[in-house]
Each structure stands twice: as C-alpha cells, then as structure tokens.
Design a protein around this ligand. Structure first.
Ligand SMILES: Nc1ncnc2c1ncn2[C@@H]1O[C@H](COP(=O)(O)OP(=O)(O)OP(=O)(O)O)[C@@H](O)[C@H]1O
Length: 480
C-alpha cells in the first residue's frame, strides 16, 4: 500500500479552499487548508505536507515572499503557486523562487490535479542559486489572455534551463520581446544579448557576421572581424528571421550547433561556442522545409522549445491593456498623457491588426502626438483605422508618399482642433514624429554606424548624437 500524501492549501478565499479540498480529497490525498500564510509557514516548519498549493495575495503575507523561506527550510518540498494577479512578473518570480508550477486563476480542476500528481511524482526542483540578481520589473510583457498566460509559464519555466527556443509568430507579435525576456530572466542574464537579423544582412556576409572573419578572408576584409557568436559569449544569441537564412549558412550553423564550436571565415582553429540560442521567424518553417528552403535537421536542433505567439486578433482581450501600456510608454517618451474612451477601446478590438502589437504601438504614439483631447474618442480611432483598413487593391500602402501621409495626419490634427485651443509646440511635436523614423531608418541602413548615418543624413555627428538622445532612440551598433 502506498502512503497517503498530504497537500497543504493556503488561500484566503473560502470557496477556493473548499473546492480544492474536495477535489484533492476525492483524488485520494490528505488535505489541510488555511487562509493565512502564518499557519502555512507553521505547518511547513513542523515538517508537514508533501506538496504546498498557495495563493499569492493573503492578508498576512505574500505567498511569493514565503516561497523562498519554505524552500530554505524544506528544499525538497514542492510548491505550486496560484494567482489571480496573473502577470508575467508573477509567473517569473514564482519560477525563480523555486515553485514547481504556477497556475493563473481561474484554472481547471483537472489541470490542478494533473499538476499535483506530476509534482508529487518528480523530485523537487532545488532553489536556484541566489545570485542576488533576481529580475525585477525591467521588461514588461503585457497581456492576460490565456494564450499569453501559457507563454508566461513557458518563459518562467525556462528561467532555470538554458534550452534553445524557437519563437514563431506574425510580424510585430512580440518575438524579439520574448527573446529578451528569455535572456533577462534566464541564467545568462548577466551576459550579453546579441541580435542578428538574417533578413537584413546581405547573403554573402551572413557567415562572417555570425562567426567572424580573419584578415584577408575575402575582398574587403581588411582587419579581423569578430562575429556575433563571439560577441554573445556567455549570453544569448538571438537569430531573428531564421527562415531567411541562406542554405550554406544553414549548413554551417547546423555544424556549429552539433559540434559546439565554430571557426571564423578564413580561420583554422575552432573556438568553443558559448551561447544560448533563441531563434525567431514569421515564416512557416515546416512549409519552408517541404519546399526545400530550410534544413529539417537544423529545424529540429532549433525547435527544442517552441513558443508560438498568437496574432493580436486572436487575443483581443489583451488590446485594452496593451493600448494603455503603449500610451504610457508614449507619455514616458515625452508625449502628452492620454487615455481611451470605452467606445474607442471597442473600436480597437474590432480592427484586424495585421501589424499586431507594433501596429497598435504606432497608432497609440500617433494619437498621443496628434490629438489634443486628453481622452481619445472613437472618432479619432476610427479615422486612423479607416485609413489602415482602406482597400489598397493589392498595392502597398507605402504608395502614399511621406508628404501625403504627413499631410493626412496634420489634417486630422487640425480638424480635431477646430473648436479648441491649439496645443503648444506643434512644430516641434510634428517634426519629432517625422524625425524619429528617419533617424531609425538611417541607423538601420548603416547598421548602427553613427558616423555613416550622420553622413547619410547630412548631419553633423554630434548633432545626430544629440538628436538620438533627445528622441530617446536606442543606439545599438550592428543591430538591424
Ligand atoms: N506582450 C507585449 N507587451 C508589451 N509590449 C509588446 C508586447 N508584444 C509586443 N510588444 C511591443 O510591440 C513592438 C513589436 O514587438 P517585437 O519587435 O518584439 O515584434 P516581432 O515579432 O519581433 O516583430 P518582427 O517580426 O517584425 O521583427 C515592440 O515595441 C514590443 O515592445
């Protein structure tokens, strides 16, 4: 006969305690339930229980704060954290503090039973070594839809394992943000995060960009060049748009992943690769494999942990939170504070968002910059979205010249002002809206080289630097 296991439950909500106690007793466990963190702590200290299921917010103490203390006195005790405050940070903190699993409320009883069974069957996860560098609220991932919750749980689980991850999703769904989160909250967070976009680098340069080259390795290689693999040593290498990698580079990358070492272009001695790889693509790689454009063996090497980011139209419940987040970001960058009327939010939810979160972010910036009212109404949103939704007969919207686009925005802006006071600093505000993408494009075209970007723009280098600073534009060399 196997010994009956005891599960300790802490939740200040009586209904939840009752439901969980019933379900777990029925499944054959001994159950003790309490509404306070203090009682839970006493039980744990007394050596009771094989598994703890705890809420986060309790009247006397936060379950997440109790978690490391429990793991210190009972390292093999398994703890499942459940929370209605289902944010990315909660998921990550739970994992970093040694929780076995994190369950966003509401959850399925079936799921809870499965988690309890798994937790009791496996050896406990030891408390990750405390390097005093617990990730804080540095990088907000916004959204509480079930799809995002699932992603948070995956990212949280990956904070203690250095596995290769493949992020897929349409353009603008937040793939790069997830890659950064994996880095910022992962084991290599004190190391560098280096990104390389396969679609933005000339094919013939990809291998030397990745692995570096020796002096004279090819025409134009006047000095030795360090590759991204070397730059990212000890950290994370983000291979963006991996689906656009040319076949020869795919073969070489595969070999590096298999052998754990690489040689520079034109070089002889192998160098140990010490990077965690996160790859991303908006392409359907399985289709690319069928079409003979992507190596299947490389795909399996990279697709160790797949994370699929759903398009925004499949998680419309996240739109209000994201919109607020982007308005707040616009405000932090110096634009006026704005909010959206309930009707405006409804209108946003009805849009198809082909450009996903990025499109929403751009719209929020535009509205914050151009609309004078503090509360943005439905008409303003509709006017902007009508433009975006307008049929284009297959022609890209870029058929509109920059001047026409600017004029369209200015007209909307003026119309919105017709019976109010004009805002101040109109000239400066509009110019910065144009300047920001211009500088970004110039930097992207010169791969972050400010001297070349300044030449391209016809600006003095110091002027460019000052503008970048004023506009709060990131300057990352070599990033595209
Ligand atoms: N869940 C989210 N919470 C907060 N911001 C988000 C979220 N998803 C995306 N964003 C923001 O939207 C913008 C686009 O995201 P990101 O660049 O990561 O997308 P991507 O999928 O890598 O796009 P692409 O495929 O075009 O490179 C960024 O400014 C990012 O910060």
């Amino acid at each position: 006969m196997t010994e009956t296991r005891t599960i300790l439950i802490a939740d200040d909500d009586r209904a939840i305690r009752t439901v969980l106690s019933q379900a777990l007793s029925r499944a054959g466990y001994n159950v003790r339930a309490t509404s306070s963190a203090a009682t839970l702590w006493r039980w744990v200290e007394d050596g009771e229980g094989d598994l703890v299921i705890t809420d986060v917010v309790m009247p006397d103490e936060n379950g997440l704060d109790l978690l490391p203390r429990m793991k210190r006195v009972r390292p093999d005790l398994r703890v499942v954290v459940m929370s209605a405050q289902s944010t990315f940070t909660t998921a990550v903190k739970a994992a970093q503090r040694g929780a076995f699993e994190y369950l966003p409320k509401p959850f399925d009883l079936k799921e809870l039973l499965a988690v309890a069974e798994r937790a009791l069957a496996q050896p406990a996860t030891a408390l990750p070594p405390d390097d005093g560098q617990e990730a804080g609220e540095r990088l907000p991932l916004v959204g509480r839809s079930p799809a995002m919750q699932e992603i948070y749980r995956t990212v949280a689980r990956l904070t203690t394992a250095d596995l290769t991850v493949m992020v897929t999703g349409e353009s603008g769904t937040g793939k790069e943000l997830i890659a950064r989160a994996l880095h910022d909250y992962g084991k290599r967070r004190t190391g560098p995060f280096v990104a390389i976009n396969m679609a933005a680098i000339p094919r013939e340069l990809i291998e030397s960009e990745l692995f570096g080259h020796e002096r004279g390795a090819f025409t134009g290689a006047l000095t030795r060049g360090i590759g991204r693999f070397e730059q990212a040593a000890g950290g994370t290498l983000f291979l963006d748009e991996i689906g656009d990698m040319p076949p020869e580079a795919q073969t070489r990358l595969l070999r590096v992943l298999q052998e754990g070492e690489f040689t520079t272009v034109g070089g002889r001695s192998p160098v140990k690769a010490n990077v965690r790889i996160v790859a991303a693509t908006h392409r359907d790689l399985r289709a690319a494999i069928r079409a003979g454009l992507f190596r299947e063996d490389l795909f399996y090497r990279l697709n160790v942990v797949p994370i699929r980011l759903p398009p925004l139209r499949e998680r419309t419940e996240d739109i209000p939170l994201l919109a607020r987040h982007f308005l707040e970001r616009a405000r932090a960058s110096g634009l006026p504070a704005k909010s959206l009327s309930p009707e405006a939010l409804e209108r946003l939810k009805r849009h198809a968002w082909p450009g996903n979160a990025r499109e929403l972010e751009n719209l929020m910036r535009r509205l914050a910059a151009l609309y004078p009212q503090e509360i943005i109404g439905e008409e303003a949103v509709s006017a902007e979205l009508a433009e975006a939704d307008a049929p284009t007969d297959g022609a890209p919207r870029s058929a509109e010249t920059l001047e026409q686009a600017v004029e369209r925005h200015l007209k909307l802006f003026m119309a919105a002002h017709k019976d109010g006071m004009p805002v101040r600093d109109l000239h400066e505000r509009v110019i910065s809206e144009v300047e920001r993408p211009l500088l970004r494009l110039a930097l992207s075209a010169t791969r972050g080289n400010q001297i070349k970007a300044a030449a391209l723009l016809g600006l003095n280098r110091n002027t460019l630097r000052k503008k970048l600073k004023d506009l709060d534009l990131p300057v990352v060399r070599g990033l595209t």
